[in-house]
Ligand binder design. Structure first.
Ligand code: ZN
Length: 255
């Protein structure tokens, strides 16, 4: 039997078929909960699950995400939309000017600050030493200070939502194809291609943001623990799914 994947789930949820929602409960509710907690959202998971059940959500629109990690990036946008930010004293142009000396990887260390990742958490997601992240962030802070009249500490975090929103609006035709980010993370890439991608990341906050979101998805998918059977049963009920039948062996041995 073929393995059921995220893409099968998307197709089934789009058609409002039970197989899709069952897979969503088991596989992606733990990630959903992790995202809500990280971004300090007060809404209970139950409310979010009911929202996700609408097959007309943009999340389920065709052609849809191409990979599981792209799905999680879109899921995050769906369940935690950018809040309205009236004015942002820290726009992308200031960042481009101030962070000109930063490398492609240092830009990600800095950008994770806008996504509420402290030094330690960024180091884990990026698989580097915390002091590497800290060093780049301190240099970044100095660069911002010398490029702004009204600098104060913690600006990136404070204006993180607005910066993320601005970055998502800055996509151009020259932006990287979605596979480029996965190739970079998975290390399936030639030296020349890596240089090209890094060159683009030095000029484009859209791609820096997207790269960090894909890294976030990659991390969250591995870091979360599965829901317990009781929780699964509760969410299945919430979605009007039939009770899950235990596998034959478990039934035979009463487990
Ligand atoms: Zn780009």
């Amino acid at each position: 039997m073929a393995i059921y994947t995220c893409l099968d789930m998307i197709r089934d949820c789009r058609a409002n078929a039970a197989a899709g929602w069952s897979y969503l409960v088991r596989t992606y509710l733990p990630v959903t909960r992790w995202l809500l907690e990280h971004y300090q959202q007060q809404r209970p998971l139950e409310t979010v699950v009911q929202q996700l059940q609408d097959p007309k959500l943009p999340l389920w629109a065709a052609p849809g995400p191409a990979t599981e990690r792209d799905f999680v990036v879109q899921l995050r946008l769906q369940i935690i939309p950018d809040p309205n930010v009236a004015d942002n004293p820290l726009d992308l142009e200031i960042l481009t000017r101030a962070f000109e000396p930063l490398t492609a990887i240092e830009r990600q260390f800095v950008w994770f600050d806008t996504m509420a990742y402290d030094t330690g958490k960024t180091a884990i997601v990026m698989n580097v030493e915390p002091n590497t992240v800290e060093g780049a962030r301190q240099r970044g802070d100095e660069m911002l200070r010398s490029n702004m009249d009204n600098w104060s500490r913690g600006l990136l975090r404070k204006h993180g939502w607005a910066l993320g929103h601005a970055a998502r609006g800055a996509r151009t035709d020259a932006c990287l194809p979605h596979l480029a980010f996965l190739e970079m993370i998975d290390g399936r890439i030639t030296w020349n291609r890596k240089k090209d991608i890094e060159f683009h990341l030095m000029k484009c906050w859209y791609c820096v943001d997207h790269f960090c979101r894909i890294r976030e998805a990659d991390y969250a998918l591995h870091a979360v623990s599965p829901l317990g059977d009781e929780e699964v049963a509760r969410f299945r009920k919430l979605l009007n799914l039939p009770e899950e039948r235990k596998p034959l062996l478990a039934r035979l041995f009463g487990r």
